[in-house]
Design a protein around this ligand. Structure first.
Ligand code: F0G
Length: 440
């Protein structure tokens, strides 16, 4: 085991090359044989976490630090940098339940976070560690959401941030956030994986703290939506949790959380955790098909769901361990399936960014394959807010997003969900006629 002060900038084991993971010697799952008397009392924790929601203390109001007992990563809680992240809604998806025939389908909407994505829960954790250690600069390579979150938390803490993004390949909403929050934003003429390679060298040469999801403290913060899901379901875990897969940190963090909760006696089982990737950015899917996740071959990634346009995922080993430990699966979905699912989540009155919609597209495939049955409870992890990538949404509704050859058998369903604007004069009769036409 490595003491956390000794962590090197790349967060990898010098011997095996695998990524570090935070372990709590008193009770972590890996420690396994730890004496039960060191375990926190589950009922007391459940009560405390609920009670903190009524407190006016910022660290209690945060949906991450409210659970700080399960992420004791700071020496001094005064170093917490928080924007009141977490405590996100668990929405029932009535239409998705009807359409798939599954009794209970929920969306845990991590887009309802201060910067509009799930990254805030991990960022408050890792950035607080950077702050505690006295770093002036933090840095990340990003498909957009990490950079938005990092820039916000950094400036909140009076720190500077360096963002590396692939030029022209991230959604405008996310780029605008990094600028607004004052990051030094470099658009590199490469893809996300190329940005990661450049950043690895930068953190070796300059005193900047690496905040990509290889940073194990990010994953500690990203455990908390799992705690919230369990809490919101009265500590009955769902049968399935479906998560989008990009760099594969989020699925790893949620898996760690559910395994820890069971280990500590907070819950009595774990959900099957399944990961869904875009067909054009599917290295984990291929790896599971080819060798059950023993090895991975990077791909050149292409998908309009730009958040998950990642060909060489850093946390793939952790994600494979979660799939194996929970009995989940890995699926891939097409561009048309993603776009349709995104429109359907919009039609629930909720909405999400394209990368999040792979979860509903994946659910449909799991149901069709008989892997999920009607009586089960499914939670889809929605990772980003619908306004992150409004260009995508507008192109979809205008019929400009997908090419004909991509739509294949989904034409009728896609047409039924499209809602283009109607251009009229400022004339009452014209508007009334438009209303009549739609009402018919
Ligand atoms: N969904 C969204 C909206 C994301 O932004 C990301 C990752 C993912 C899903 C995939 O999560 O990487 O943990 O498997 N975005 C990163 C970024 C890579 O830079 O914002 P993952």
């Amino acid at each position: 085991m490595i003491a956390h002060e000794d962590l090197k900038e790349n967060f990898r084991c010098a011997e095996c090359g695998d990524l570090f993971e935070v372990e709590y010697p008193a009770w972590s799952v890996q420690a396994g044989t730890a004496a039960k008397r060191n375990f926190p009392n589950p009922s007391a924790l459940r009560w405390l976490w609920k009670e903190r929601r009524t407190s006016t203390d910022l660290k209690d109001q945060s949906g991450v630090w409210r659970f700080r007992d399960l992420l004791p990563i700071l020496r001094d809680e005064d170093n917490i940098v928080s924007l009141r992240e977490g405590n996100t809604p668990l929405y029932a998806l009535y239409r998705a339940a009807r359409a798939t025939g599954v009794a209970s389908v929920y969306a845990k909407h991590q887009g309802i976070n201060p910067t509009g994505s799930f990254k805030d829960t991990g960022m408050t954790a890792a950035l607080s560690v950077a702050h505690e250690r006295g770093f002036a600069w933090v840095a990340c390579a990003s498909t957009g959401n990490t950079s938005a979150a990092m820039a916000a938390y950094a400036t909140r803490a009076g720190m500077r941030s360096l963002v590396l993004i692939p030029e022209g390949k991230i959604a405008w909403g996310k780029l605008s956030q990094a600028l607004d929050y004052g990051a030094l934003t470099c658009q590199l003429r490469t893809d996300f994986d190329g940005c990661v390679r450049v950043l690895a060298e930068i953190v070796r040469r300059a005193p900047v703290y690496l905040l990509n999801s290889v940073n194990p403290y990010r994953l500690e913060g990203q455990k908390t939506p799992a705690l919230e899901i369990a809490e919101e379901l009265e500590w009955q875990v769902p049968d399935h949790l479906i998560v989008p897969g990009g760099n594969l940190a989020n699925s790893s963090a949620l898996g760690k959380a559910f395994l820890e909760m069971k280990h500590l006696g907070l819950t009595d089982r774990v959900p099957k955790i399944s990961i869904v990737q875009a067909e054009g950015a599917n290295p984990l899917y291929r790896s599971m098909q080819a060798n059950d996740g023993q090895a991975i071959t990077p791909v050149e990634a292409h998908t309009r769901a730009s958040a998950i346009r990642i060909g060489n995922p850093a946390s793939w080993r952790k994600a494979v361990r979660v799939i194996h430990a929970t009995g989940g699966w890995v699926e891939q979905v097409s561009e048309a399936e993603i776009a349709l699912a995104k429109a359907e989540i919009g039609a629930e009155g909720i909405g999400c960014e394209p990368a999040s919609a792979v979860t509903l597209a994946g659910l449909k495939k799991f149901v069709a394959a008989g892997k999920i049955d009607a009586s089960e409870t499914v939670v889809l992890l929605l990772t980003g807010h619908t306004l992150k990538d409004s260009d995508y949404t507008i192109q979809y509704h205008r019929g400009e997003l997908l090419r004909d050859y991509e739509i294949t058998t989904l034409r009728a369903q896609i047409d039924a969900t499209r809602r283009n604007t109607v251009e009229l004069d400022a004339d009452v009769d014209q508007v009334l006629r438009a209303l009549e036409q739609v009402a018919q």
